[in-house]
Design a protein around this ligand. Structure first.
Ligand SMILES: [Mn+2]
Length: 422
């Protein structure tokens, strides 16, 4: 018997249509491989979609692929990830779940303060599957603390636990530690712990158990692609088992080669940097590849004097699939007068800007007490403030009326602030 373990598909991710297609292509390759190698079932450890309301084109294709697997007798089991749903709003994943396209094995019995996970027995293989969905805002650490262990630990049979959370002992990356729980939070005695959320591949053995994080099939941001370019392999697992696991194989879903170059701009004039960029670009074999060029450091002049568009155009002209020039951490003298923040990812930069502004923010003295209280709450709780900022970035869906869009954003904002009603 065998099953496939896929995670962090982030269907619908990427604003760039080519990257969005490649991401979908990786999922297609994975499903077709599962059908070809006649797996008995598929488990997905969350972040199937990139947002609760993803682009409908990729959704349609992804549904067709899960349906195709189902028509070959392959059942999918899926837990939710932090990206799949919004707290107060209906999510695409819920709509699909209601059509019985996949099984969500995340039921539990609540006995006072104790949560007992319920197993879902796979009809074909008898494997017992249970899981814990990822939540927004770190609510799930608490859930893990309340788990009843003895019941699930003494359950017999071949057991799989799906989780959307890192494990501290196996995560070396400091920036991911806050999304991790200690190993001791997990009930023991499972044959397979199928992890999601961590965008790096992890494969560990604990006693007789396997702990596996396949990582994303493609990736969802610049940092993910950068890691891939630097050697991180992307794909999923096929696990063979009878009473116990007999083999555990990583299957690579390489949909495009990625090349990365880091350039240092310290002290360079705009003309010098532009020349350096052009030289770097022309030295690369770019045909059908994703090209990542990251420029960091202090430029001695104006950013607007560099024709980044020309560099991108020349990369396209030479057949690059997608060229990305990342200048997020390039600073110039004109930046220094205002607010200087650095960071390599969008999230990191937004976080530091927000923190800076919160520090110096003055509340309008004429504001109501309720408004003042909420602002005080936001100033204290950085995670909540960032979450609220994220909420306001919600885009209007095509054909959505302004009134419905407003209501939707307001409902999400209220849920972030833990406010009820109007
Ligand atoms: Mn993810």
């Amino acid at each position: 018997m065998k099953f496939a373990h896929i995670t962090d598909c982030h269907i619908g991710a990427w604003r760039n249509p080519k990257l969005r297609d490649l991401n979908l292509k990786a999922f297609e390759n994975a499903i077709l491989h599962c059908i070809d190698s006649t797996v008995d079932f598929i488990v997905i450890s969350g972040d199937f979609f990139d947002t609760n309301i993803p682009h409908l084109g990729p959704v349609k294709k992804a549904v067709e692929l899960l349906q195709l697997a189902k028509s070959h007798g392959i059942q999918t089991y899926m837990i939710y990830g932090s990206h799949d749903f919004a707290m107060t709003n209906i999510s695409m994943i819920d709509i699909l779940h209601s059509t019985a396209l996949f099984i969500k094995p995340t039921g539990f019995e609540k006995n006072g303060d104790v949560l007992k996970l319920q197993f879902f027995t796979d009809a074909k293989t008898g494997a017992k599957i249970t899981g814990i969905s990822g939540r927004k805002m770190g609510l799930d650490a608490e859930l893990y603390e309340k788990l009843d262990r003895t019941g699930v630990e003494s359950e017999d049979g071949f057991k799989i636990l799906l989780l959307h959370k890192g494990i501290r002992e196996f995560t070396t990356d400091i920036s991911l530690i806050k999304d991790c729980i200690p190993l001791q939070y997990l009930p023991t005695g499972f044959d397979y712990y199928g992890g999601g959320h961590i965008h790096k591949r992890i494969e560990e053995t604990v006693g007789e158990s396997r702990v596996v994080y396949p990582g994303p099939l493609f990736g969802t941001n610049y940092e993910d692609l950068e890691l891939t370019a630097k050697g991180e392999r992307r794909g999923f697992y096929i696990v063979d088992f009878d009473k116990k696991i007999t083999s555990c194989d990583f299957i690579e879903t390489n949909v495009a080669d990625i090349v990365v170059r880091d350039l240092q701009a310290d002290g360079l004039s705009p003309a010098e940097l532009e020349r350096k960029l052009a030289q770097t670009a022309s030295s690369l074999d770019v045909k059908d590849k994703i090209i990542l060029i990251k420029v960091t450091g202090n430029l001695n002049g104006k950013r607007s004097e560099i024709d980044f568009g020309k560099i991108t155009a020349s990369l396209y002209a030479r057949g690059a699939l997608v060229p990305i020039l990342n200048t997020n951490s390039l600073t110039t003298p004109e930046d220094r007068g205002s607010l200087e923040v650095r960071g390599t990812s969008k999230a990191e930069i937004e976080g530091s800007i927000l923190k800076e502004y919160v520090r110096t923010f003055k509340v309008d003295p004429t504001a109501s007490t309720a408004v003042k209280e909420n602002i005080a709450k936001l100033c204290k709780d950085e995670e909540m403030a960032l979450k609220l900022l994220e909420t306001f970035k919600t885009e209007k869906i095509e054909n959505e009326t302004v009134a419905i869009y407003d209501d939707r954003v307001a409902a999400m904002a209220k849920s972030v602030l833990s406010l009820d009603g109007d």
